[in-house]
Design a protein around this ligand. Structure first.
Ligand SMILES: [Zn+2]
Length: 174
């Protein structure tokens, strides 16, 4: 599931700094977004990337204070972390972790579009608050939380990370 569909292999390089992700001690995040094709009814990959944690920290540092506060509050107020930890603790079946949207609780099979994320080190997934799935409508809500200033910075990254077909969407790291 958290393999690259483009290369049919593991993600090997950070999409931003091109660092080798499979070296010892490098933490990285994989994100993949899917959308249901209305004509075929099949769920198709819209984008995928892996980014090392150093780059993610750099990007988050560039967000405005207001954006960081808004995003953090949104997640803190929307996710019942205790419940999630209780339900999933000790479970290493990735499908269980991403079966419902972490915010809206909607089931993956009922969604027309969604994003999945995992934190990894080497070839292993780290089970903490990741892996998680976020539905497309929630991702749109999150987009509304970022300030104009942050949005401008993220537009630059968008060109590197997302295909032009995603419209107004920008990548958001949390
Ligand atoms: Zn990097």
């Amino acid at each position: 599931m958290f393999y690259s569909e483009k290369s049919s292999d593991k993600f090997k390089e950070c999409k931003i700094c091109t660092e080798n992700l499979l070296q010892d001690g490098i933490n990285y995040v994989i994100e993949k977004a899917y959308e249901k094709n209305i004509l075929s009814g099949k769920t198709e990959l819209i984008y995928e990337y892996a980014i090392c944690y150093d780059c993610i920290e750099q990007v988050i540092k560039s967000y405005s204070k207001k954006s960081i506060t808004n995003i953090n509050n949104f997640f803190i107020n929307s996710i019942d972390l205790e419940r999630r930890n209780y339900d999933l603790s000790g479970n290493e079946n990735v499908e269980d972790w991403i079966s419902t949207c972490v915010i809206s609780g909607k089931k993956i099979e009922n969604l027309d579009n969604y994003q999945i994320s995992a934190m990894c080190v080497g070839e292993n997934i780290i089970f903490s608050h990741f892996p998680m799935m976020i539905s497309g409508d929630v991702m749109e809500e999150v987009q509304e939380l970022i300030s104009e200033e942050t949005r401008n910075i993220m537009d630059g990254l968008k060109e590197l990370l997302l295909p032009p077909t995603v419209g107004n969407r920008v990548p958001i790291f949390m």
